[in-house]
Write a protein that binds this ligand. Structure first.
Ligand code: 6GU
Length: 254
């Protein structure tokens, strides 16, 4: 079981994605609990303003620290963790460290995760210093706010919580072992003139496994050569990759 608390100015944005398919079933089964909190409910002025102009000037608006702090303190009090055990408090921001599968695996072992959706030009740094344990980005592009990124994190972490997926689908997946996944085919064997690779119809399990592994190496080399630096590669893998023109870099930090 895992609890997610999401602090946002736009809680309605989450209704669709979290109410479909696997995340819906996992919530119905009590495996995932997702609580949405509207930051604006924790403002105290009559205009309910959650943002203000940046000191020093510049474009856009900055999220004020006090409504965020009041919201987070209320959320933390909702489900008292054992003394001193703070759940990770994650700010979604394009200025964060890149969110990875390894980070998803680490967070999936936690009982609770708090996600704060950044907005506008940013969040008052004093709030971040006082409360935020991790600032993450989901990739090198800019979104209008942290909401879509928070949904990505809930999906990537939630599916790793025991029981959410049938175990079979967790076996090999893209990025597992540091390589991209092999291509998949289903019936018909001839689709509009395109054949399924014959080895997959051969029934030779060892040959199929070898072919799939080579496909993973080839795809990773072509699409994500950066991943090869950290992938778990056998000496035979390195040989194959070198035969395709791969140049392993100097012995690197790992
Ligand atoms: Cl976490 N937030 C925003 N606004 N843009 C992003 C992002 C997050 N990650 C990638 N782009």
């Amino acid at each position: 079981m895992m609890r997610f608390d999401i602090l946002t100015l736009f809680p309605e944005m989450f209704q669709g994605p979290l109410s479909e398919s696997i995340l819906k079933r996992a919530q119905q089964a009590g495996l995932l609990h997702i609580h949405l909190h509207d930051i604006r409910d924790y403002t105290t002025d009559r205009h309910r303003s959650a943002d203000d102009y940046p000191y020093g000037g510049g474009a856009g608006m900055v999220l004020k620290p006090e409504p965020l702090a009041r919201c987070l303190e209320a959320v933390l009090a909702e489900d008292g963790q054992p003394d001193g055990e703070r759940p990770p408090v994650v700010l979604l921001t394009p200025a964060g460290r890149l969110f990875t599968q390894a980070q998803a695996q680490a967070w999936a072992r936690q009982p609770r995760l708090i996600l704060i959706c950044g907005h506008y030009e940013g969040v008052d740094e004093r709030f971040i210093e006082r409360y935020v344990s991790d600032e993450v980005s989901i990739g090198d592009y800019v979104l209008t706010g942290g909401e879509l990124a928070a949904m990505v994190v809930v999906d990537a972490v939630g599916r790793l919580v025991p029981g959410v997926l049938d175990l079979s689908s967790l076996g090999e997946e893209s990025h597992d072992g540091g390589l991209l996944e092999y291509p998949q085919y289903t019936r018909p064997a001839n689709w509009r003139g395109s054949e399924v690779p014959p080895v997959l119809l051969s029934g030779h399990h060892a040959e199929i496994a070898r072919w799939r592994h080579e496909q993973r190496l080839r795809r990773t080399l072509e699409r994500r050569p950066d991943l090869l630096k950290r992938a778990r590669l056998s000496e035979r893998d390195r040989e194959i990759l070198r035969s395709w023109g791969w140049q392993p870099e100097e012995t690197s930090e790992r």
